[in-house]
Design a protein. Structure first.
Length: 115
């Protein structure tokens, strides 16, 4: 297994509060629809209609997932007329989503090929 350099490693041993919050964030990313929504937002802001088209889920379900992400502080919102525009809160989350997908890339490319 290949590990990336740990230059971005957390600088200190995390306490219980840090571990609990990190686990909560990772649990939110553990849902395929939410991960799809977050990945879509790595490309920039989007409204519910656009995000619904991207993930292929029902609009009410997308709205509920976005509400959970907003309440967790992972996405921010702003109004544009009657539309609500969603965006990732920070670059850390973008990197976390990218890294999760990079791990998936490596796992898929390491699979033996069956004929």
């Amino acid at each position: 297994m290949h590990l990336s350099p740990a230059h971005d490693a957390h600088p200190r041993t995390p306490g219980e509060e840090h571990l609990a919050l990190a686990a909560e964030i990772l649990a939110l990313l553990g849902d395929r629809t939410r991960l799809t929504l977050l990945h879509a937002l790595t490309g920039g802001e989007a409204d519910v209609t656009t995000l619904t088209e991207v993930c292929g889920a029902a609009r009410p379900a997308v709205s509920q997932h976005l509400a959970r992400l907003r309440l967790a502080g992972l996405v921010s919102t702003r109004k544009d007329g009657r539309r609500v525009i969603y965006a990732l809160r920070d670059g850390h989350l973008r990197r976390l989503v990218d890294e999760a997908l990079n791990v998936a890339d490596h796992r898929l490319s390491d699979r033996p090929v069956h004929d």
